[in-house]
Design a protein around this ligand. Structure first.
Ligand code: NAP
Length: 312
């Protein structure tokens, strides 16, 4: 069947590991593929210093290096990448899906793959938004080098918090990890490294109450949840790693989401909207890892290819 060339076969929303893998597979399936990315391709993985649990790299691999290679590979097989394009909604025009972006452009496609990922969750304590970019950060890889020989705090106790706390000890003289419980959530291997690192001090059972300073962060106030005792710590930086929220605002009211706004799919990764698939961290799956994201990206692409073949 001859297909209208003005309509893309597949539009992929999001250029992290899931989206880039979907783009690679769609390109190799000779689908006319456009990838829309709100910032620069690479996603959250690109801002990770070293990824140690992606198979094939026993020494670990830089997040930026890995995602740049994924991007090259997708482009090499014919996918078109369009960065700085923020999707605002997906509409149906018969069997065609119409993807609209913030700059009021519309893109038509036979199938859509959503791989829009997640972004850092904010805590909402006093001083957090006021000092954002003035000592408050959500990306140690981006901002860590500004804190050479200074004291910083990391909020959270998961893989990201502990991994980034260890990374920050390359620069900072002291890294406080402020965690709300008496046990870390991070993988055991990361916990062992943190416990062995003399520059890391874990502050257990504590909540961050406020961030203080004049033009930039100078101090944080924390509270022990058992004793309610408040302590002030002098720090120059506060890095938040308290989990993430999915980038799915553009799906609200259009595609079924779970109670935390992650996208629901069937086993073929199709969402509640026919011809629209989802993969990677934005999907309601059990594990947020690069290895999972690339696997789901591949599966979404294969299913989207079958869908286009069967329906157009
Ligand atoms: P996460 O695993 O959800 O951990 C979030 C941490 O922040 C938890 O320790 C949690 O405390 C704490 N937290 C949540 N809300 C809080 C609040 N309101 N106040 C204070 N603390 C709060 O998130 P993540 O570390 O960003 O990781 C996200 C996903 O990516 C996970 O699946 C993780 O495994 C994955 N990831 C993997 C790697 C790796 O494999 N190397 C690296 C980075 C991320 P509780 O523990 O008390 O709940």
């Amino acid at each position: 069947m001859t297909r209208d060339q003005q309509t893309n076969d597949v539009i992929i929303i999001g250029g992290g590991p899931a989206g880039l893998t979907a783009a690679l597979y769609c390109g190799r399936a000779r689908l006319n593929t456009l990838l829309l990315e709100k910032a620069a391709a690479g996603g959250q993985a690109a801002t990770t210093d070293i990824i140690e649990n992606y198979p094939g790299f026993p020494e670990g691999v830089g997040g930026y290096e890995l995602t740049e290679k994924m991007k090259q590979q997708a482009v090499q097989f014919g996918a078109r990448l369009q960065e700085i394009s923020t999707v605002t909604t997906i509409e149906a025009d018969g069997d065609i899906r119409v993807v609209k972006t913030e700059d009021e452009s519309s893109y038509r496609a036979r199938a859509v793959i959503i791989a829009s990922g997640v972004e850092a969750r904010t805590l909402g304590v006093p001083g957090e938004s006021e000092f954002r970019g003035k000592g408050v950060s959500y990306c140690a890889t981006c901002d860590g080098a500004f804190y050479r020989d200074k004291d910083v705090a990391v909020i959270g106790g998961g893989n990201a918090a502990v991994e980034e706390a260890i990374f920050l000890t390359k620069f900072a003289s002291k890294v406080y990890v402020i965690h709300r419980r008496a046990e870390l959530r991070a993988d055991k291997i990361l916990q062992e490294r943190a416990f062995e690192n003399s520059r890391i001090e874990i502050v257990w059972d504590s909540h961050l109450k406020k961030i203080l300073g004049n033009s930039k962060v100078e101090e944080i106030v924390i509270e022990n949840k058992n004793t309610h005792e408040r302590t002030e710590l002098s720090v120059d930086g506060v890095f938040f790693y308290i989990g993430s929220v999915p980038n799915t605002t553009f799906c609200t009211g259009v595609i079924d989401l779970d109670d935390r706004d992650f996208i629901l799919t069937d086993a073929k990764l199709m969402t509640s909207m026919k011809g629209v698939f989802a993969c990677g961290d934005c999907r309601a799956n059990l594990l947020k890892q690069v290895a999972v994201a690339v696997g789901e990206g591949a599966l979404a692409a294969v299913e989207a290819d079958r869908y286009v073949e069967d329906n157009f």
